[in-house]
Design a protein around this ligand. Structure first.
Ligand code: ADP
Ligand code: MG
Length: 467
């Protein structure tokens, strides 16, 4: 393990990192920061949650000359949420040194951005479209940029931003350092690297380094029809502070969020079909704790840094080991412990083993909880709330009434009634979820079956009712 001290960082940056609570570097940081400080081009390949932002953010802040009013570093990120998130992290790293960081993204009033650009930011974090817009208006001058970062490059590729990126790079001086971060390295990304980077060093952190040991990983064998009841029981027992439930499809996410609300949980869904504004507002509510459960597809949750997540529920087993690592990486961050529960239908056991082999970690089997256990779990929550009031509140006003009550009834009955009132008894309101076919596993087709009647067939849209 490498400490930040060993990297020879300035006092100002060390102080900022300390305030952020980072104790030691993550693997990608340990490898990238020294290279980047030597002005080498770096391709960083690592999964979400491995600390890539600080890996490029720390060298950027080190290299910025705050007395120079020109834009010196440019970070390109695929979405508005990511741009905001990255700029917040850069702001923190540069807070002591007083580095000015400005996010620019589509959807925000352009006049306001133009005014902000006139205040001499040192670092710009932007989405491709809006960066180009400003370049064309002449409101963004990049001729003093010495560092360019392409963050989540594969995501930008997926979103069709490759040409925009090329256009942006052609506006930055060739005498520059280029850093590229990506979870995967498809060919078009390699080509960008070849064309626009100068003998880049590849820093690769394997997925298994990421399944951090402080995540407890469990799986539960559950039949499709039982999944929802099991989920709500787990929620009742584990009483997560902040949880993410992953579903396989957008429809799944919508239905799950609705079903959770029906049973009295504060849940909202997030997926690619929602408008940026909606996604942002859901995320904000989640971060503030107004909603306790975020239901998400893989795509929607990718790259987003949501801290404080205590529990991840894979309602549907992920398609591939990489997504699994991505998903559970949402929890147990920054030294906190986390728990990940993966639901596996009998036909998906093979997929579970595939994930275990790739991550080289065994998931522990958890027995699906019973309704009684769920009730006990909620009772425990009620008892905690009650004891908390006993310890922290002034009860003198209530004591007379309590004494009178106890003259007529026995104390156990009274306390039991209080607990019953406080306990949110497991709700079994019937909900409707469209059945999700199990993941495609290589299995022989039945003879005489229609050629397309594979397990992935979406024709079986039966409605199921969970009780
Ligand atoms: P990535 O870009 O690789 O998905 P982020 O840069 O968003 O990851 O970092 C994920 C989380 O880990 C953030 O909350 C970040 O503040 C935190 N983090 C980053 N580096 C460290 C570190 N060295 N120690 C502790 N937490 C860290
Ligand atoms: Mg990132």
């Amino acid at each position: 393990m490498t400490t930040f001290q060993e990297l020879g960082l300035s006092q100002e940056v060390m102080k900022a990192i300390e305030r952020m609570g980072f104790e030691e570097t993550t693997p990608i940081q340990a490898k990238t920061i020294p290279l980047s400080l030597q002005n080498k081009d770096v391709i960083g390949q690592a999964q979400t949650g491995t600390g890539k932002t600080a890996a490029f953010g720390i060298p950027i802040v080190e290299k910025v000359d705050v007395k120079n009013g020109a834009i010196q570093a440019l970070v390109v990120a695929p979405t508005r949420e990511l741009a905001i998130q990255v700029s917040e992290e850069l702001y923190k790293i540069g807070a002591v040194k007083r580095v000015r960081v400005l996010p620019i993204y589509g959807g925000q009033d352009i006049e306001r951005q133009i005014r902000a650009l006139k205040k001499h930011p040192h670092v710009i974090v932007g989405t491709p479209g809006r960066i180009i817009d400003h370049i064309q208006r002449g409101t963004l001058r990049l001729d003093h940029v010495h560092t360019v970062v392409l963050d989540e490059a594969d995501e930008m590729l997926n979103m069709g931003f490759i040409e925009d990126i090329e256009a942006i790079l052609s506006h930055v001086p060739t005498e520059r350092q280029t850093l590229l971060f990506s979870a995967t390295m498809p060919d078009p990304i390699r080509r960008i690297a070849e064309r626009f980077m100068n003998e880049p060093e590849l820093v690769k952190v394997k997925a298994k380094e990421m399944t951090v040991p402080n995540i407890q990983q469990y799986y539960l064998e559950v039949h499709e029809k039982k999944k929802f009841d099991i989920l709500t029981r787990l929620l009742d027992i584990q009483a997560p502070e902040l949880a993410i439930v992953f579903g396989r499809t957008k429809r799944r996410v919508d239905e799950l969020a609705e079903a959770l609300n029906l049973r009295g949980y504060a849940a909202e869904g997030i997926h690619g079909d929602l408008s940026q504004a909606k996604r942002l507002s859901v995320l904000r509510k989640f971060k503030e704790g107004t909603i306790e459960i975020l239901v998400a597809t893989d795509v929607a949750a990718r790259g987003l840094d949501i801290s404080g997540v205590t529990h991840v529920y894979n309602f549907d087993i992920p398609q591939d080991p990489e997504s699994y690592v991505h998903r559970i990486g949402r929890t147990g961050r920054a030294g906190k412990t986390g728990m990940a529960m993966t639901f596996v239908t009998p036909r998906e056991i093979g997929q579970l083993h595939h994930i275990e082999r790739t991550t080289k970690r065994k998931m522990e089997r958890m027995k699906p909880p019973t309704l009684d256990e769920a009730l006990e779990g909620q009772q425990r929550v009620a008892i905690e709330r009650l004891l908390n009031v006993v310890e922290t509140e002034n009860l003198s006003f209530y004591k007379r009434a309590a004494e009178e009550l106890l003259e007529e009834h026995d104390s156990v009955t009274i306390v039991a009634a209080c607990l019953k009132m406080l306990t949110r008894e497991p709700d079994t309101t019937p909900v409707k979820l469209t059945e999700e076919p199990p993941l495609a596993v290589k299995r022989e087709k039945k003879r005489g079956g229609r050629p397309d009647s594979s397990t992935r067939s979406r024709t079986k849209k039966r409605r199921m009712t969970a009780h």
